[in-house]
Ligand binder design. Structure first.
Ligand code: BGC
Ligand code: NOJ
Length: 814
């Protein structure tokens, strides 16, 4: 069952009823000011950091679901009826409703008793404010008198403190109201020089800033007393819960429309110009007033909206495809690319499954995310790489997480996730291939943000690889440390107390448990290092890495191969995991994907064996599960993986991030049909038709889909912020469609379904627009290229001379 449809021309998903199985959200903002917005106007806003600079409140895990948002109430002053044009929070039955989620904006339109309301929500590029542009239309044959009430609940900045420290917070709230603008200035009197404002384009009939005065005691957002009565109380908040609510009264003739603009924004003053007059406690509004005045004008709002559309046309325009499959087209051209940009902005901080007060930026996560956005914003990818590398430890290891505001590693979680540093090499390789910016490798970068510790970035990569080589276990496989990619495989942490961290309570000395996954990852990234070193004429490093790759491959075949598939790990007792010897956890997805991606067994048929085992034991119609059989109980020596009930999350859930590794692996052995089939199984657009089961948004990937052991097999969770976005983007665009940036040019190496006669791609790459047309001439994957009418050998199109801006490429496969 569907709850809407895709409008690909508009780059929108159109939701046609408000009661979707879960709130289906979108993101506003692309630089510093961000908001989450659901299809019923739920969500919240923040400046840069979802915990420390939260503008508005949101109640996670609330009943009813999705409480707190950007609310507008309409009241028919003739009969006193009131409703929410976004359905929530009043939930009156609307005569019609649509929510259009687009790139950085959301439009909610509805009609109730012939009063039409459309609200466009967006954040202008480069501004720290959001616009709600409301258009009301009277479709009745007679005039109507309406009251419009806006409502937001301010958060007292630090969202964690805001939801815990009530003895203080109930006394600190402060506001100012000047004409049509409500200023929220809690803590402005002391160490903050920022405030929020909520402005309206119309003359006010009244306002409220104290929550209970607006709602009435013991009442909820669904029936505010003020809205019911049709009169604001002009309340001023002193402590308690500051809110912002405007009241506007309007008359609309039959057929008449009216446009009302609300602005919610964040503003900073210079520390010595906070107050006006100086010495007073009144906010200095000199620098904010022009911004407010600008965006309260409809023509400026329209210009800003067009600029936002152009911003996304530019970003998405870096890669556009036209294939025989509409699900591929809309994910690659629109939604998957968009999701990659959202993970760039949010990392794992703020979604409807991540509270915004939790973890910082993951080292592993951020490096992988980069693979999905590097072509859209290479300059910011560069900055991200340098930030990440600067948190690296001198021994080549990495802080598992760092804080985006301070850019420092988090001591509480620390390091010792032994796969972490390898991902930096993969990210830098992707950046170099995309940009050719070799100079980045010579930039001096600190370790642990310590002044004086700088070495060229290149050495950071060397140390990353050395880190693995210096930590080998009894089988000469890499030691796993606290965990590898699978955060829940905790082989050095025997956690037997509730609440004890699985990952940081390391109580084994870590000298035994080994990871085949890290071994495969090492081979993959060390091969990149061979090329990078070669480029720099560093013969020593190149030779060293070549040798290390050979040695690691030997070790994998010796201790990591199980006969039909790759093993997963060795535990603290030296027992194998992911082997036919195991009763539970006999086969895991991760090493099959990563080892074959790294090239292991491709030439001798063992890769095919491993992938056939994946098909046999792990693949389901809803995607490929993480391991088989699921763990039926808690195993102290395996850790968090066995805490989840079978079929969920890391315990045999379909952990979508790992599925594209198998797609990539399938392309390595030339099986385009298989690769594409796996791609399709978890493609959210394809799953749209089973939305009642899938539950999460059909336009973005979720972290996981319940596996075959779960009673709710096929149900998705944790949408939006997941490495799944970047990895699927890489799998479809680079491995399957075969458009692969390389160090010295653009490689075209498609491994697509047999049934595809052809497809087209436009790719912007190093300043050149490649117009690529692929057609099938036979049943194989052999590639011949014709560039601007001239056949060229091989699969890589060398970089053209500087004056070339467009290249036409015909590709035959067969
Ligand atoms: C989750 C993992 C996550 C880890 C670290 C676990 O509870 O299952 O997916 O990576 O926490 O935050
Ligand atoms: C989510 C984490 O963000 C990611 O880093 C990890 O690889 C997966 N969970 C698997 O545990």
């Amino acid at each position: 069952m569907k709850y809407g449809h895709f409008d690909d021309d508009a780059r929108e998903y159109v939701i046609s009823r408000p009661d979707t199985p879960l709130p289906w959200i979108n993101y506003l903002g692309c630089e510093d000011y961000f908001g989450l917005i659901s299809n019923t106007a739920g969500g919240y806003s923040f400046y840069k950091d979802a915990r420390l600079r939260r503008l508005t409140r949101y109640r996670y895990n609330n009943a009813p679901n999705d409480m707190g948002g950007r609310y507008i109430y309409l009241r028919d002053n003739g009969n006193g009826q009131f409703w929410s044009p976004s359905w929530m929070p009043v939930r009156s039955v609307l005569d019609n409703y649509t929510c259009r989620h687009g790139m950085g904006y959301t439009v909610i339109r509805s009609e109730y008793n012939n009063i039409e309301a459309e609200t466009v929500y967006f954040v202008p590029v480069s501004e720290n404010l959001e616009i709600w542009e409301l258009t009301l239309t009277n479709n009745r044959p007679t005039a109507v008198g309406l009251s419009v009430f806006s409502a937001v609940e301010f958060c007292l900045w630090d969202a964690w403190d805001d939801s815990t420290n009530f003895q203080r917070n109930f006394s600190t709230g402060q506001v100012e109201v000047v004409n049509e603008v409500i200023y929220h200035k809690t803590e402005y009197r002391e160490r903050r020089n920022h405030f929020a404002y909520f402005a309206c384009s119309e003359k006010l009939a009244g306002f409220d800033t104290q929550r209970e005065a607006f709602l009435g005691d013991y009442r909820g957002w669904e029936s505010p007393e003020v809205v019911e009565a049709g009169e604001s109380s002009d309340s001023i908040a002193y402590g308690w819960q500051p809110i912002g609510s405007h009241h506007i009264k309007i008359q609309l003739k039959a057929g008449e429309s009216k446009n009302i603009i609300f602005l919610l924004g964040y503003h900073e003053n210079l520390p010595d110009a906070k107050f006006d007059p100086p010495g007073s406690q009144i906010i200095n509004k000199k620098t904010v007033k022009p911004i407010i005045a600008k965006y309260l004008q409809q023509k400026n709002v329209e210009t800003a909206f067009r600029a936002l559309r152009n911003y996304w046309t530019d970003k998405l325009g870096k890669l556009q495809v036209k294939t025989p499959d509409e699900h591929t087209n809309r994910m690659v051209n629109i939604w998957n690319a968009y999701q990659c940009m959202i993970t760039f902005n949010m990392s794992r901080s703020a979604s409807y499954f991540e509270s915004g007060i939790g973890r910082g930026m993951g080292f592993r996560d951020s490096n992988q995310d980069l693979l999905g956005f590097v072509h859209m914003i290479p300059e910011r990818a560069r900055e991200r790489i340098l930030d990440l590398a600067a948190t690296q430890l001198k021994n080549g290891g990495a802080f598992h997480q760092y804080q985006p505001l301070t850019k420092r590693g988090n001591n509480d979680i620390g390091s010792g996730f032994n796969d972490d540093p390898a991902w930096l090499v993969l990210a830098v390789a992707a950046y170099l291939k995309e940009t050719g910016d070799w100079a980045i490798l010579d930039i001096p970068v600190q370790y642990e943000n310590e002044l004086g510790s700088e070495t060229p970035l290149y050495e950071h990569l060397q140390r990353s690889l050395q880190y693995t080589l210096e930590r080998l276990g009894p089988n000469e496989l890499p030691l796993i440390g606290r965990a590898d990619w699978n955060d829940c495989l905790n082989l050095n942490c025997f956690s037997d107390e509730p609440g004890q961290s699985f990952q940081t309570t390391t109580n084994k000395d870590g000298k035994v448990a080994e990871s085949v996954f890290i071994a495969g990852l090492f081979v993959l990234v060390a091969k990149e290092m061979v090329e990078i070193a070669g480029h720099r004429n560093d013969g020593m490093e190149k030779a060293k890495m070549k040798q290390a790759v050979e040695k690691m491959e030997e070790t994998i075949w010796k201790s990591g191969w199980d006969g039909q598939w790759f093993r997963r790990a060795y535990d603290d007792f030296g027992h194998v995991l992911g082997s036919k010897k195991n009763k539970e956890g006999r086969i895991f997805i991760e090493p099959q994907g990563i080892c074959v991606w790294a090239g292991l067994g491709v030439a001798d048929g063992r890769a095919k064996k491993a992938l056939d085992s994946v098909a046999k034991y792990l693949a389901t119609p809803h995607g490929i599960i993480l391991q088989y059989p699921a763990f039926s109980r808690y195993y102290l020596h395996l850790g968090e993986i066995s805490t989840y009930p079978p079929g969920y999350k890391e315990n045999a859930g379909i952990f979508c991030h790992t599925n594209p590794w198998i797609m990539i692996a399938e392309t390595k052995i030339g099986r385009g049909d298989r690769a594409f089939d796996y791609y399709t199984r978890i493609n959210p657009s394809k799953r749209e038709e089973i939305s009642e089961l899938h539950k999460c948004e059909p336009y973005v990937y979720s972290q996981m889909i319940a596996g075959k052991d779960a009673p709710t097999h096929g149900e998705a969770k944790n949408s939006w912020l997941s490495g799944t976005a970047a990895m699927n983007y890489v799998a479809i665009t680079q491995a399957i469609l075969g458009i692969q940036p390389q160090y010295d040019g653009l490689e075209i190496n498609p491994v697509v379904p047999l049934g595809w006669q052809g497809y087209e791609v436009v790719r912007q790459f190093r300043g050149v627009r490649y117009e690529i047309s692929v057609s099938r001439k036979g049943v194989g994957n052999n590639v011949s290229l014709v560039v601007e009418g001239k056949p060229i050998p091989g699969k890589v199109i060398a970089l053209p001379s500087k004056d070339v801006k467009i290249l036409k490429v015909s590709v035959s496969i067969g």
